[in-house]
Design a protein around this ligand. Structure first.
Ligand code: ADP
Ligand code: MG
Length: 351
């Protein structure tokens, strides 16, 4: 039995079809990240799970129970928003315990739950403060605390770290990851940030225009992208993609790249070919099959790493290296086994 299941979900706002034929099955105890560009329908999907948005067609099931017509309060789901959604006139204790008042539990039990959550989140000292007396990171912890005390079957997070500065964001990322391991909770987490997705997720759903481009573990998505959209979306700087011109496709499995003939067994790219290579797979000293002389346009120094920018076929081409480069012209090597091939529909060709 799938823990959470989406069956043929459709959702439109007027003429705008936001989610179409969305199907997904999620196992129990997993940290699932919905990753995709802004406007692709991530929040809409999350809001449909929570019951804050009507589902046009299809079913959402939680442990085989149909959620569609259940009131949000009956779904045993807690949602944490980007905006924190705290009550400004209440202190931290009151904010965390807010959802518990409607449940039939004693004042002492409420107190125990709030204290337990505040210990987990390291905000015990802040229980008397109002939201305006807290930093962004502390407010986010309060919002998470409120979700934890409700002991939900499923946590939903909608870009919870987007309003935090970079240092705090990575700190909270680690906290959320620890929380998941500790509580063994079921989480669906929305973000447009690939680093959050890669570091937090057991499984990532890559979304584009309301559809799933790929569903898999972070490693799988990085190593085996289904198509150019996924390949370019995961990895920083993004994968280099070179379109191979017709005259350079010599036959169904041989093409020419910078005047070097490259052959793959068991593929057919007669109808068109794109070749991808990740910036981190390119080398200066480990000699490999494909050799190239390039002129450096710009070097971005990130401390331990440098990003080298050049142009190939009038397209920006990126190389990631830990080595310093001093010359303007350098030789680079592209290992054949690190090339990704895509057909004319931008779908991955297995090699
Ligand atoms: P994401 O969270 O991936 O950035 P959203 O789910 O918020 O995307 O939005 C997906 C699309 O649906 C966008 O085009 C957005 O403008 C539209 N949309 C979202 N909510 C509403 C709404 N309440 N009314 C009309 N259009 C909406
Ligand atoms: Mg959103």
């Amino acid at each position: 039995m799938a823990f959470l299941k989406f069956e043929d979900i459709d959702k439109s706002f007027g003429e705008n079809n936001v989610i179409s034929k969305f199907n997904l099955e999620v196992e129990k105890g997993k940290f699932i990240v919905l990753l995709g560009p802004s406007g692709c329908g991530k929040s809409t999907l999350l809001r449909m799970i929570a019951g804050l948005e009507k589902i046009d067609n299809g079913k959402i099931l939680l442990e085989d129970n149909l959620l569609n017509d259940l009131l949000p309060s009956k779904r045993q789901i807690a949602m944490v928003f980007q905006s924190y959604a705290l009550y400004p006139h209440m202190n931290v204790f009151q904010n965390i315990s807010f959802g518990l008042k409607s449940e039939k539990i004693s004042k002492n039990q409420i107190k125990d739950k709030v204290i337990e959550a505040s210990k987990i989140l390291k905000i015990e000292e802040l229980l008397d403060r109002r939201p305006k007396e807290l930093s962004g990171g502390q407010r986010q912890r309060v919002a998470i605390g409120r979700a934890i005390t409700r002991n939900p079957k499923l946590f939903l997070f909608d870009e919870p770290l987007s309003n935090l500065d970079a240092a705090l964001r990575s700190e909270m990322r680690v906290e959320i990851s620890k929380l998941h391991k500790r509580l063994k909770s079921n989480i669906v987490y929305v973000t447009h940030d690939q680093i959050e997705a890669m570091t937090l997720a057991d499984k990532i759903v890559i979304m584009n225009k309301g559809k799933i481009e790929q569903f898999g573990s972070p490693e799988d998505i990085y190593n085996n992208p289904n198509n150019i959209f996924v390949a370019e979306f995961i990895g920083n700087p993004k994968m280099n993609i070179l379109k191979i011109q017709k005259e350079n496709i010599l036959n169904k499995n041989t093409f020419k790249l910078f005047n070097q003939e490259i052959k793959f067994e068991n593929v057919n790219f007669e109808n068109g070919l794109y070749v991808g290579i990740r910036p981190e797979d390119i080398s200066f000293e480990n000699k490999s099959e494909i050799v190239l002389q390039i002129s450096i346009d710009l070097v971005e120094n990130l401390g331990s790493e440098k990003i080298i920018y050049t142009y190939l076929n009038n397209e920006e081409f990126r190389i990631k290296s830990s080595k310093n480069v001093k010359d303007k012209k350098i030789t680079i090597y592209l290992p054949k086994n690190k090339l990704y091939l895509f057909d004319n529909n931008k779908k991955r060709l297995k090699t």
